[in-house]
Write a protein that binds this ligand. Structure first.
Ligand SMILES: [Zn+2]
Length: 222
């Protein structure tokens, strides 16, 4: 059984756990992420548990089983390959593809996804820099990245991944000349103002620390 709802839930649980570096997700965080009531979540978590996709104890939150984790990774693989396909073949921009992929990820077969994967020549990253899980559920090797917010003035960097992916924020970055693989220099970093100024090929842009926390970079080697 892998309905749209089941896939949506296992993906949400997987992402909450990954972001929090935790083995289990609280019912409340699942409800918040999916925009549904805690009661709705509780009954769905029981269904997941009955299907062997998750372990769920009231008050202890939910943990994916190995089968649940594998399903979540297959959905993420579909999502990220679809995003990249839409950007590379249809010319959509990185702020347009997430919503499309949210729908298509439940509609395409794994066979079609494997064809897209080979058509794109087995890419490692999606248009936001997120790693694309392989068919066996493993990830490409992680390059060493760090949040932009930690960089002091004069740091030269290459933008590697954007964790905050709202269309508005992605457009703000594009307008400022920042996209995956583009380079920049930190001009100033003010802990007291919680803001950071970055120079790009298109000029200068100011980013609040909250957002700079969600932009991952690699330092340029001299
Ligand atoms: Zn993405």
């Amino acid at each position: 059984m892998a309905t749209l709802t089941v896939e949506t839930y296992v993906k949400a649980i997987y992402q909450i756990c990954t972001e929090a570096h935790s083995r289990s997700a609280a019912t409340g965080s699942v409800a918040k992420r999916l925009g549904v009531s805690p009661g709705t979540v509780t009954s769905m978590l029981r269904t997941l548990a009955e299907s062997g996709l998750a372990n769920y104890q009231a008050y202890e939150g939910v943990q994916l089983t190995e089968a649940g984790r594998r399903l979540a990774l297959r959905v993420l693989r579909r999502h990220r390959l679809i995003e990249l396909f839409l950007v590379q073949t249809l010319g959509l921009t990185w702020d347009e593809v997430h919503e499309e992929a949210e729908h298509l990820e439940h509609a395409v077969s794994d066979r079609l996804i494997d064809r897209i994967d080979s058509f794109l020549e087995y890419p490692n990253r999606d248009p936001h820099g997120d790693p694309i899980p392989r068919p066996d559920g493993s990830f490409p090797d992680d390059e060493t990245t760090e949040p932009l917010v930690r960089c002091e003035a004069a740091t030269e960097f290459v933008l590697d991944r954007v964790i905050e992916q709202s269309p508005e924020f992605l457009r703000y970055l594009s307008d400022a000349g920042l996209s995956i693989g583009s380079s920049g220099t930190v001009v100033e970093n003010h802990p007291s103002a919680r803001a950071l100024v970055v120079k790009t090929s298109d000029g200068q842009v100011t980013l609040g620390h909250d957002l700079a926390e969600k932009i991952l970079i690699r330092r340029s080697r001299d």
